[in-house]
Write a protein that binds this ligand. Sequence first.
Ligand code: PEP
Ligand code: MG
Length: 359
Amino acid sequence: DADQGRLETQADPQRLAEVHCHLQQRREIRQRQQAAAQQGARTRDGQLIEVAANVASAEEAAQALAQGADGIGLLRSEFLFIDRPTAPDEAEQRNAYQAVLDAMAERPVIIRTIDVGGDKQLDYLPLPAEANPVLGLRGIRLGQVRPELLDQQLRALLQVSPQRRCRIMLPMVTEVDELIAIRQRLDRLAAELGGTTRAELGVMIEVPAAALLAERLAEHADFFSIGTNDLSQYTLAMDRDHAGLAARVDALHPALLRLIELTCQGAAKHGRWVGVCGALASDPLATPVLVGLGVAELSVSAPQIGEIKALVRQLDASACRRFSQGLLGLASAGAVRQACRDFAAQSHAQPAAPMALQQ
Ligand code: PEP
Ligand code: MG
């Protein structure tokens, strides 16, 4: 039972029959959710929540569209750079990004600039060994020491069309000057290329400093997307890949919820929207919390799209706001999870709910 993290080794026939029955119910629920997945997801009180997908290639984008993605909320562009002896040139990059836009019909695509360095090394880009790679030259910090690499990627991104559907997102931003510098570079490159419109520029909020500075960043960013995987790691000081700490690296920790709230408040002051592209967006237990804190877009793994959309349709955004405010005062991730389970059970009990709530 992956939902509960349980492995039963001695299931008797009666238990097996129960599990088969449960699986059958889940399949039926899933089919119903899938049938409605191509439609947009609004809360009962009318708030539109975009449910986008995280993908790593044009093929995955096409699959996500078929599963109902309202857009791509995170294309990890590393797929183009890793496991090869030489770097992709500008034309290869442009073609690869264009293929993702083409796969998504009229829907928007957020492409994150390269996030290697740290523990992901490239053969053709030797970097000095670091004692703490996840605190080292990763994300846009790499673009600061190797500006030609980032410029090449930005030029490729500025050549895809239509630019209005392409959104560029910067990983590992920690201060406003970094954003301003890249924004200026992007403007300069766009002018050189002679385009009339250019892609929007957004910031990943995945370092506590960025969440705390959200209001200032929002002056210069077109949108935010919260990377809860790294935001958990850096807020809780727990390696996200540490097997022994895995159960405790929980993005529903109240400290993270406070950072998410700050991010949404900072963005709202400047009329920017906030998405979540970390794994928390795919956790059905977290959907009411994120909607309540003011998140407008959830970028999830493609098979989750139908389920998350179904869940959004059951929610009342103002009830979610009240609920999520109450969570900010709790003392642990465990307490937040329990409150979320109780909230889900209550929603499940409401007769108007058209579909069963998972978890
Ligand atoms: C994140 O950090 O939450 C994120 C989405 O980026 P990645 O998992 O690629 O670091
Ligand atoms: Mg990250």
